[in-house]
Ligand binder design. Structure first.
Ligand SMILES: [Zn+2]
Length: 509
């Protein structure tokens, strides 16, 4: 079936219903002496929501888009006007950079320690750090990870796994089962399939033998028993961008939305007297930012918001659930620039007409035989009538000969495409990489007051433990100590800490 044959759903046609093992002991953990009460209110459950790589322009543009096209505000914007919501900003630095990657960022929350970019709950030359999920699991809380990345990706792994490098995804897939993480949903089939793994181990069978329900589709998770642990893997690699999923009947049938995954996770985790912690990650906002892809980023932020609505509905009804919604770092800082009109010529009104991510579109642009064909493809997939001169710019970019190639921040062909699109949308991008910006933070429910004002990322670990009456401190290092230890370790073992975010390489030429 060609893409033209698909029954396309618009940006605003996203599923409305969605708006709808044992643990080792921890020597340093204090006994569970506290009642888990914060200012007299019980904190039974924690939901931690991450829109990965979300610069401030992303929620701003989504809210403005929804106002223009739909006459309503975004979920997050409405949450921010709830008198009970608490507002803050997150300082997102890592040990060796003011610009963090997702591994160091999630580690800062997951073990309260600044580590080198690329590391997950490890410092060079020392024992693994103890993670949030180790400690909360040890207290009897159920734990869930839900993401649109591979389930073994840096952000979910940062709450539960300690490995030298974020690229150790095959190992992380084993760690989750050994630690008995109760609910796992995302992509990453290649890290669980015996046919795909280098060691040929069939982790699906191992999870089943450990009592997990194993699911590979939306319909399967909806039927999964609520009294068993769940592993749901819906794609090889990352889960497709929302803009591609909702424009493909096959993908839409098979792959659940983030909101659908969150709803299933809450149904399974909300059993037992000790409560639960669930991390929900909208991972592809970051990837769309790397690619400077406006249609992809706003559709995935919209999908994140639907999951936020599901979690807020649960928390408001439950009354004992702390919800924190934030981002791990900025990325590419997109934003509407210039005097954007409030009329029909506003560039954001072009977003609902976009029907493909740059990832999908780029594959076709590379094959296009002429600037004319490229012009037609942009009209068909993005609903924008570009000039033939712009078609030539894109033709050159698709042949890896963009005029922007000498400019580091714009070296990828996606940047040329984003600039052409930006002429019509009014949206500009600062680069294709992570940024040092503070990120938005909003909290609701018992314990929310701990997240008010300026919040350093590493302090979230202690805050999240404190709402359950736990005190614990991992060892820390200065940058100098870490670099010296890393140099020593590399000399002796030849092991290397990954220091680049693989997603930095997102581009289509
Ligand atoms: Zn990234």
């Amino acid at each position: 079936m060609s893409r033209q044959d698909f029954t396309r759903r618009s940006f605003f046609g996203l599923a409305a219903g969605a708006a709808a093992a044992s643990m080792t002991p921890f020597a340093l953990a204090s006994p569970s002496a506290s009642s888990g009460r914060v200012r007299g209110r019980q904190v039974k459950n924690i939901i931690w929501m991450v829109s990965d790589g979300m610069s401030m322009g992303v929620p701003s543009m989504l809210d403005h888009s929804l106002q223009l096209s739909h006459g309503r505000r975004s979920v997050w914007r409405r949450l921010m006007t709830d008198p009970k919501a608490v507002h803050g900003v997150m300082d997102t630095r890592s040990l060796n950079s003011m610009v963090t990657d997702s591994a160091a960022a999630s580690t800062s929350w997951g073990s309260g320690v600044h580590v080198l970019n690329g590391a997950l709950n490890t410092l060079p030359g020392t024992a693994d750090l103890t993670t949030l999920y180790d400690l909360l699991g040890g207290e009897g809380m159920k734990r869930g990870l839900v993401t649109t990345a591979t389930i073994t990706h840096a952000t979910p792994a940062g709450f539960a796994a300690a490995v030298r490098s974020r690229s150790a995804e095959p190992e992380i897939a084993q760690i989750y089962r050994k630690k008995g993480i109760e609910v796992l949903m995302g992509g990453g089939h290649e890290f669980f399939s015996g046919e795909e793994r280098a060691d040929k181990k069939d982790l699906y069978s191992e999870y089943q033998a450990s009592g997990y329900t194993v699911c590979k589709s939306k319909s399967e998770i909806k039927k999964a028993p609520k009294d068993k642990n769940l592993l749901g893997i819906f794609s090889k690699g990352q889960i497709p961008y929302t803009i591609d999923k909702i424009n493909s009947p096959e993908l839409d049938e098979k792959v659940p939305s983030l909101a659908e995954m969150a709803e299933v996770a809450l149904g399974i985790l909300n059993r037992g007297a000790k409560g639960f912690i669930l991390q929900v990650e909208g991972a592809r906002i970051d990837h769309a930012a790397h690619a400077n892809d406006l249609g992809a980023i706003l559709n995935d932020q919209m999908a994140f918001e639907e999951a936020l609505q599901v979690c807020l509905n649960f928390a408001r009804k439950d009354g004992e659930t702390l919800v924190v919604v934030t981002s791990d770092h900025g990325n590419a800082n997109p934003g509407i620039t210039g005097a954007a009109s409030l009329g029909k010529d506003n560039g954001l009104l072009r977003v609902p007409g976009m029907k493909a991510s740059f990832e999908v579109l780029g594959n076709d642009l590379k094959k296009a035989p002429s600037a004319e064909v490229i012009r037609d493809l942009i009209q068909d997939r993005l609903g924008i009538g570009i000039t033939l001169a712009e078609g030539h710019l894109l033709f050159d970019a698709a042949a890896n000969a963009s005029v922007l190639k000498p400019f580091g921040n714009y070296r990828f062909a996606t940047a040329t495409l984003a600039m052409v699109v930006g002429t019509y949308t009014g949206v500009g991008w600062s680069s294709g990489s992570h940024t040092s910006d503070y990120t938005l933070l909003t909290a609701l429910g018992p314990g929310a007051e701990l997240f008010e004002g300026m919040v350093q990322n590493v302090d979230c670990f202690e805050k999240l433990l404190s709402v359950r009456g736990i005190t614990f401190e991992n060892p820390k290092m200065t940058l100098e100590e870490a670099l010296a230890a890393q140099a020593k370790e590399n000399d002796s073992k030849g092991s290397l800490q990954a220091s680049i975010d693989p997603a930095d390489e997102v581009h289509w030429v």
